[in-house]
Design a protein around this ligand. Sequence first.
Ligand SMILES: OC[C@H]1O[C@H](O[C@H]2O[C@H](CO)[C@@H](O)[C@H](O)[C@H]2O)[C@H](O)[C@@H](O)[C@@H]1O
Length: 603
Amino acid sequence: MALRIEDYGMIGDLHTAALVGTDGSIDWLCLPRFDSPACFAALLGDDGHGSWRLGPASGGRCTRRRYRGDTLILETEWDTPEGAVRVTDAMPPRGEAADVVRVVEGLGGSVAMRTEMRLRFGYGNVSPWVRCHDRHLSAIAGPDAAWLEADVALEVEDATARAEFTVAAGERVAFVLTHQPSHHDRPALIDASEALDDTEAFWTDWIGGLRYEGEWSEAVRRSVITLKALTYAPTGGILAAATTSLPEELGGVRNWDYRFCWLRDASFVLQAMLGTGFIDEARAWRHWLLRAAAGDPGDLQIMYGVDGQHWLPENVLDWLPGYEGSTPVRIGNAATGQFQLDVWGETLDALHLAREADGRADEDAWELQRGLLDFVARNWERPDDSLWEVRGEQRHFVHSKVMAWAAFDRAVRAVERFGLDGPVDQWRDLRDRIRDDVCEKGFDKTRGTFTQFYGSEGLDAALLLLPLVGFLPWSDPRVVGTVEAVQRELTRDGYVLRYDPEADSGVDGLPGKEGTFLACTFWLVDALHGIGRETEARDLFERLLKTRNDLGLLSEEYDPATGRHLGNTPQAYSHVGLVNSARHLSGTHPATEPRAVKPRSED
Ligand SMILES: OC[C@H]1O[C@H](O[C@H]2O[C@H](CO)[C@@H](O)[C@H](O)[C@H]2O)[C@H](O)[C@@H](O)[C@@H]1O
């Protein structure tokens, strides 16, 4: 059985990522890309679906672990009765092929070690043809080939490689797993020590670009590193999370594939990246977006593959029993075909932010924006599926309409600030019409709160974003009433639910419940700060920091009753929330300014 979600740490090479457990087992790894089939899928099944354990022969969880400085090099240590040992795991910057480097180091005494590697391609469904000669192993099946080079002799039985060895203090034993499409020649061998040095140099250099002088600097650094690790370097696409089908309810059906680039999630990531000085990432994402969204603006999808791929059909992997029995295990995502009005607003907001940060107009981006604005002008009155991607009836979701308002607001500002060309009076008029529509139909005067959709009895945590996007000021009684209603009715032990799935006779069309949503809880921090309840905001933020695992990672959701992480991990949304709330509370981004970003040159 897989470990608790919070027991996993992530290593990655900006093409893909692996999850390493506290027991030294890699239980998740898709090769060669984030969205490729997994070769280690024990996370969603058992060892028979692929895993690679490396740790003391006596087994058990590590005594401690940490990332080496501000890098994605993971150091896992065990203190055993015989002595102490460290396993250092990393994926070096991608060269010719994908590599996973694991180095065992004796720290004291003499420790008996064991490794057991089951490569199972195709999400655990394909057992490869494995050949082994002393310290070298090769595995091949269909499109995949992998090689393991070890400093100790390997044995193979039932397509499983094993080795037992002892490390004394000061000794090192290295393993390098390399993957390449099977029709390519075997790539050149890499040296484990040099690879670790390269990995350290890469991350140390990258984090040097951070511009953040606020509080909670350690947590912010780890979150931006995690966000960077969720970026697909060849294209600049930003993933929602590194996994598929980690459940929002243990044993439930709310299991989705997050290994894609949602325009909404990526827009949130951009806010955090731009707000901490990473302008290059914003440029790369803008280029990715211009390529992915090229064509008819009406065909804009809410998500794309890491390379801009449009077709992401949802399928069920019926041979995988799921994380703690949570089925179905899905790959692909049917939400691709949904109409989520907010995405047009989020995308236009992100392009506006990127332009502000860059300080110059980009003709191609403006042409795309004009097309998107035309679409919003013609479609903002349609019901949609909302940012929560509900699979029930389409509705007039308040947050979606507000993001349509934001689309025209940013367009007006772009014309005013950059002198760009466009029908600005028409956009001003639409902006006013949408605001009037929302305030008339989306506000419940009796309860003093905005509602989830027009005429709804339910609330929505996304309503906390209304002042953040500049729709109304924090001082507006309707904003204060909404923040208080969300806090009163949508929290569990202080943590925020996205919405009540049972309100309005079941708004999302799905059975079961889910945990509290971490991004929404960070939005509540921002909202409490915005309405001047500073102490509460800080207390909630501190509580949220405690929900991070020992490595500073957050999944999508959290169950306050059990203290367990839920949903896909690590999740960009959650880490964005952390970075932005830290910035708000530290005063490096006043919550009263709609998503204002200070250009790096002004820092
Ligand atoms: O709850 C139903 C939906 O859940 C997923 O969507 C959530 O994750 C997305 C990626 O982070 C995020 O953009 C969205 O706001 C969240 O609701 C899932 O991807 C959907 O298919 C599913 O319908």
